[in-house]
Ligand binder design. Sequence first.
Ligand code: GLP
Length: 244
Amino acid sequence: MVFSSSDHASQLVAGEIADLIKNKKDKGENCVLGLATGSSPINVYAELVRLHKEEGLSFENVISFNLDEYWPMDEDNVQSYHYFMHEHLFNHINIKPENINIPNGKIPQEKIIEYCLAYEAKIKDVGGLDFQLLGIGRTGHIGFNEPGSHYNSGTRMITLDHLTRADAAPSFHGISNVPKKAITMGISTVRSARRIVLLAWGQNKAEVIKETIEGEVSPSVPATYLQKHKNTSFILDTGAASEL
Ligand code: GLP
């Protein structure tokens, strides 16, 4: 779907998430959300905070799993996704702290495989992802699943692409400060979500959005795997949709 304003589109996406949370609550069930970082979801989170503060939307039944985190990364570092999520969402809503899951950027290297398997298992234990919010990187990554990621990949450590590190450089005051690795949910983790919404705003995403939606399904643009998911929406502004 293409919108003239990303603000309006973000409000609609937040509204869908809010309705899901409420429907699950009415059934006495938890709502399991897969959450993304980056600039794209910021207004979705702002609207969810507004719905909490002004309309009493409760997050008491929400369990969240973030897609990714840089490695190595301290959680209180301002560049961490842990910091980002608290700043934009978790500090302003009533989610239970024990229901927040974000990959740990300080996990020692020798424990990473075990840690990633446990992250994956925890998602399954709570019933799987009801909803997965995604942005997209210019390499075609979702989460940090860079080109080459396998269709059946699970949560794991990956090496970041040069372009991804270059795009992140301004917020790290230079590319040399951008971590070379990250922990990310895998393509199979994302695909397991019962509903997926990918957000893309602006002309600089137009090329990768064209490849994602119109290109052949291929590991060289991991977002193309979403073409095989039955319940995915691509929410775009006119800039991001300009090459379709
Ligand atoms: C990072 C994140 C992705 C995100 C991407 C795009 O690489 N790991 O999950 O989708 O950035 O970011 P933005 O929304 O700022 O364009």
